[in-house]
Design a binder for this molecule. Structure first.
Ligand code: GDP
Length: 440
């Protein structure tokens, strides 16, 4: 009786492609993801990203004009650009099929995706999810006197530490609103000096930190070089050139398939169930059977999209939407991991990790975050404190680990979740990040 089902199994024909050879033949644009963090709530992040999207024609002029008219109606013309970004976020919040295009723009060589859309609530968990998929981060600093200083004291430090802990190595600092300080070189130099020292403390190497003086509102030094004589002192790259100059990580295309589900959504009649995310390792093609963990259920890929375009296959590093068949949506949640039955990821209830403590660490309850996955658990054992540089053991079985210390700890969870090394995890408690590091 159990085999009887009213739902018919969908047969999807596979082209049996050799995906890796297809990949080496294909001349695709590079795909790069980045996370945006701000030096202050009103640093101008939305305006700056809207400017990038508008100037690189990721949104059409009609939509932009519509926003401009609406914004002028309420006497806030400058808001139009910020709305470009916020609109997408709002649609997502309403559960409308995500229009990925609103967070995507292209240059000649590269497709860029802005991976985080942090709302004001739950900002850090969102950022963890975003940063774990990012090739680099953009830090937006408000160059206005006063604002910059208060920003640095605020959450910026935690955010910078977090993105670094999530494995992000390169950071581009947009020293924004330079129009409001008359493109003052001294102001820029002062910010560059302070932010550099602060970012190096957070673990970024000086060669991986770059600064661009710009204005999201006017667009100067964003996608076009400023012709304002006040900024003739700056001969460096525009923001978009700086983004372009990043080398994407090389992705493990020949390793077993791993993809963390970002979003699950019910789409059209044609594609009733879809998931989106970035492939972490391996490759896949239409017709493939996939396994989703922790549920251990299988599904068939009926069709797929890479960066919004239909495709027969996809490889690690690409952002994809997979349209699925032969699975009940209750088995798919954001944070779950897609793999194959031939090389599945294990579900574990405990793991050892090497973390940087943000707060005092004691055996205690914590939430474990990895990308979109977050589950309750506890620090069950403090194994040792370690030397930051060499990783050598300093002290075994410490009673407590002080903030700023690197330690090896054991974490346990009530439920089994798909986790494996190497992966970055963040531990939080009471709405604060207490530690971040690497699963061993
Ligand atoms: P967010 O909170 O970081 O996303 O900041 P918004 O993009 O919403 O901008 C905050 C405020 O700063 C708004 O009033 C903007 O009009 C203003 N703003 C944004 N970019 C610039 C800029 O380049 N120059 C100046 N002078 N003001 C800006």
């Amino acid at each position: 009786m159990n085999d009887l089902s009213v739902e018919e199994k969908v047969n999807v024909k596979s082209k049996n492609l050799d995906v890796l050879s297809e990949y080496s033949k294909a001349e695709r644009k590079r795909a790069m993801n980045f996370a945006v963090i701000v030096g202050h709530v009103d640093a101008g992040k939305s305006t700056l990203m809207g400017r990038l999207l508008a100037d690189l024609k990721a949104i059409d002029q009609r939509t932009l004009d519509k926003y401009k008219r609406e914004a002028e109606k309420i006497g806030k013309g400058s808001f139009a650009l910020a709305w470009v970004l916020d609109q997408g976020a709002e649609e997502r919040a309403r559960g409308v099929t995500i229009d990925i295009a609103t967070n995507k723009f292209e240059t000649e060589k590269t497709v860029f995706t802005i991976v985080d859309a942090p709302g004001h609530r739950d900002f850090v968990p969102n950022m963890i999810a975003g940063a774990s998929q990012a090739d680099f981060a953009v830090l937006v600093i408000d160059s206005n006197i006063g604002n910059f200083e208060s920003g640095l004291k605020g959450q910026t430090k935690e955010h910078a530490l977090l993105v670094r802990s999530m494995g992000v190595q390169r950071i581009i600092v947009a020293v924004n609103k330079m129009d409001s300080v008359q493109w003052d070189k001294e102001r820029f130099d002062e910010i560059e000096q302070q932010v550099s020292s602060f970012l190096t403390t957070a673990g970024f190497q000086p060669k991986n930190i770059n600064f661009v003086p710009c204005s999201g509102i006017s667009g100067d030094n964003v996608t076009r070089r400023s012709d304002d004589p006040n900024v003739s002192w700056y001969q460096g790259r525009t923001l978009v050139d700086e983004l372009e100059a990043t080398e994407p990580y090389s992705h493990a295309v020949d390793k077993p398939l791993r993809m963390t589900i970002g979003d699950v959504f019910r789409g059209s009649v044609q594609n009733p169930l879809s998931i989106s995310g970035r492939i972490d390792a391996g490759s896949l093609q239409v017709g493939d059977q996939i396994l989703t963990m922790p549920s251990g259920e299988t599904a068939t890929i009926r069709s797929l999209e890479v960066d919004g375009e239909p495709s027969d296959w996809a490889v690690a590093g690409q952002n994809v939407v997979l349209n699925l068949a032969n699975i009940d949506p209750i088995h798919l949640r954001s944070g779950d991991v897609i793999c194959r039955a031939s090389a599945p990821i294990a579900n574990v209830t405990s793991f050892t990790c090497k973390v940087l403590a943000f707060d005092h660490l004691l055996p205690s309850m914590v939430d474990i975050h990895r990308g979109r996955l977050h589950v309750p658990g506890r620090i069950s054992r403090l194994v040792a404190t370690l030397d930051k540089q060499s990783g050598n053991i300093l002290k075994k079985k410490p009673k407590i680990v002080a903030p700023g210390t690197v330690a090896r700890i054991v974490v346990e969870m009530d439920q089994a979740v798909p986790l494996e090394a190497p992966t970055r995890i963040v531990l939080r408690a009471g709405g604060e990040t207490v530690a971040a590091g690497l699963l061993e």
